[in-house]
Write a protein that binds this ligand. Structure first.
Ligand SMILES: C=C1C=NC(C(F)(F)F)=NC1=N
Ligand SMILES: [Mg+2]
Length: 212
């Protein structure tokens, strides 16, 4: 995985989308997102075969666009459909175990402290997501708002390790996340609730290009 792939990292599940997630992802891809994570969670989230068939549709869209398709949490689904990788949190099995299961796939880990960050590196993670940078309504069990301080510290200590910021990031504040040293910004609502998801994605891409 190249750190440039983290530039505009769109994350969504059916509950996050106003219209169909297929249309939203298609528009986001058209707008220039660089990576997608299928995070099927919350009220009304799909399960079982329905979730798998939804994942397959989104996976083929990402394949056509040449961007990585990542599955959140559900490692078995990721392996079953041959996803490009998985994203796991501190409450999931450790990255060292997931690394073995997903072999060459991308393993992303959510971290909230320098200790969790260093453990993820040792465990073989390919990138970490840290946040919430700003307040978010999307993740109901989010940790306290961290701001950009930790990203700056992580980048200073490990300048070459891929780090993406997440949590309440918008077109307006993305520049500060990038300036703090993040290799990219990860968003749900900024794209999934946008009137024009393609325009939202391309504006985030422009922020990225201007600050790198
Ligand atoms: C809770 C999460 C934290 N970070 C990320 C990512 F942006 F991909 F790193 N994804 C998540 N689902
Ligand atoms: Mg999780």
């Amino acid at each position: 995985m190249k750190k440039e792939q983290l530039a505009v990292y769109f994350i969504a599940g059916t509950p996050n989308c106003r219209t169909s997630i297929d249309e939203t992802l298609q528009a986001a891809i058209h707008g220039g997102i660089t990576m997608f994570q299928f995070r099927e969670k919350g009220e009304g989230a799909l399960t079982g075969e329905t979730k798998k068939h939804q994942a397959l549709r989104l996976q083929s869209m990402c394949k056509q666009a040449g961007i990585p398709f990542i599955v959140n949490d559900d490692i078995d689904l990721a392996i079953e459909i041959g996803a490009d990788g998985v994203h796991i949190g501190q409450e999931d099995e450790p990255a060292s175990v997931v690394r073995k299961k997903i072999k060459g796939g991308i393993v992303g880990v959510s971290v909230h402290t320098m200790d969790e960050f260093e453990k993820a590196i040792i465990d073989g993670a390919d990138y970490v997501g840290t946040g919430p940078i700003y307040s978010t309504a999307t993740k109901t069990d989010a940790r306290p708002v961290a701001g950009t301080t930790l990203i700056a510290k992580m980048k200073e200590k490990y300048p070459h390790f891929p780090i993406v910021g997440i949590g309440g990031i918008t077109i307006e504040n993305a520049v500060d996340v990038m300036k703090a040293g993040a290799d990219g910004v990860s968003v749900i609502t900024a794209i999934s609730h946008a009137n024009k998801p393609d325009q939202a994605a391309s504006k985030l891409k422009n922020v990225f290009s201007k600050t790198k």
